[in-house]
Design a protein. Structure first.
Length: 109
């Protein structure tokens, strides 16, 4: 239930006074504090966080350990296999047997 108190009356009279009205309008106006905060604080902080942590560290690690890094490593290993001086059939047989050995090695663990 709503009850009328004298505290409400004193706050209202403070707001209606000259000093209270000036203070109330100053604090209720926007003054573009959010624009100043966004341009001077948040935007530079986000820019530094993006360039330093994401582009420099996170994305580099993801590219090195992620699919691109794995594909590059497999391509490099396949180039090593093709440089082995074996005949065509023996090279295919060597790759098949080495792949089977690696597969069985991972299955047994």
């Amino acid at each position: 239930m709503y009850q009328y108190t004298s505290d409400f009356n004193s706050l209202f009279s403070l707001k209606e006074s000259v000093f209270g009205r000036a203070r109330y309008t100053f604090l209720n106006r926007k003054w573009f504090f959010d624009k100043v905060y966004n341009e001077w604080v948040a935007s530079p902080l986000l820019r530094v966080a993006y360039t330093q942590t994401y582009q420099g560290r996170d994305r580099g690690l993801l590219e090195f350990f992620g699919p691109q890094g794995i594909a590059t490593e497999i391509y490099g290993r396949s180039q090593d296999f093709t440089s082995i001086p074996l005949g065509f059939i023996f090279r295919r047989l060597f790759i098949l047997l080495s792949s089977l050995f690696i597969f069985l090695l991972f299955i047994n663990n």
